[in-house]
Write a new protein. Structure first.
Length: 83
């Protein structure tokens, strides 16, 4: 099975564009989790993913952030998507 490398911002072998993406993700989210480190392999895809997540889950909404997260987690469990 193919595995996606997990890139680290402090690794000298990490390309500059991946390091820039990781820095952007860190500033936006406050911490880096492995999905961002995996997406750093394709920074343009990571940026598109982040923009989609911000639009869908954090955009203009009438839901309180706690309730939005609860809806997201409920949909994840109902659909057996455990990441």
């Amino acid at each position: 099975m193919t595995r996606i490398p997990i890139l680290h911002e402090d690794d000298p072998a990490t390309p500059a564009n991946a390091k820039a993406y990781l820095q952007e993700a860190l500033q936006a989210r406050g911490r880096l989790v492995n999905i961002y480190r995996a997406m750093a392999n394709r920074p343009e895809a990571g940026r598109a993913f982040s923009q989609l997540a911000n639009t869908v889950y954090r955009g203009t909404t009438t839901l309180d952030p706690k309730h939005a997260e609860l809806a997201y987690l409920t949909a994840t469990v109902v659909n057996n998507c455990y990441y």
